[in-house]
Write a protein that binds this ligand. Sequence first.
Ligand code: BGC
Length: 269
Amino acid sequence: MNPKPLLAGQSAVVTGAGRGIGAAIAKALAAAGASVAINYSRSADESEALRSEIEAAGGNAFTIQADVSREDDVQAMFDATIKRFGTVDILVNNAGIQIDAPFEDMKLDQWNKLLAINLTGQFLCARAAVREFLRRGVAPERSAAAGKIICISSVHEVIPWAGHVNYATSKGGVGMFMRTLAQEMASRRIRVNAIGPGAIATDINRNAWETEEAKAKLLKLIPYGRVGAAVDIGKAAVWLASDESDYMTGQTLFVDGGMTLYPEFRDAG
Ligand code: BGC
């Protein structure tokens, strides 16, 4: 017997899906039967390649350019997705950047730009998704929930990170944003959760895993003994988007090989 794919008939918006963790999430959701809007800001070619790959594997996807920190862009992205797929069942708030600087040198622009994308972007996309979920209500043939939002956070939602104060602040904010929204929306059967990835090998942290030296240093922080792969996050996203996690809301699922377990305490204290 072939079970029905976990996300059959559902549609999803994945922000920042052209590359890295977002691309792996888009692929995983599509493989689980969802139609996927691949959002990108600048990675047009990578996004098109991803769309072809998903279609070649029998999935359904289209690409849509939008800067998640711009209200009009976000509205246009949701309008286009709803026109194409009929509705939106799943939002994955993945788009995010790092702009690192020592605190005393950090420019206001570096602070503002990062928060605009990593935090305000999650607000704008979640609001647009919630409006659509509330308009439509529960469609029981597809899902027990009226909608699911997955916020991509980080281990730095809880681990302070010197030299990255804008980034860590944004992820701490994502955690409280997610929990407050989950509390506000639960009675309307909208589930809101987060994934807190650890060190996942993508372009954003290439300098932390590319050389053997850097990798050895990084592995000291990962009890499970391997750097994460984007597909590790894709799998968690499918589960959180599906009814398999229907009783879960307001939680951050850390997918980090144990990075949040204070590994430096293994032989100390
Ligand atoms: C950051 C990566 C970092 C990882 C673990 C992520 O949120 O974007 O650069 O490697 O956290 O520190």
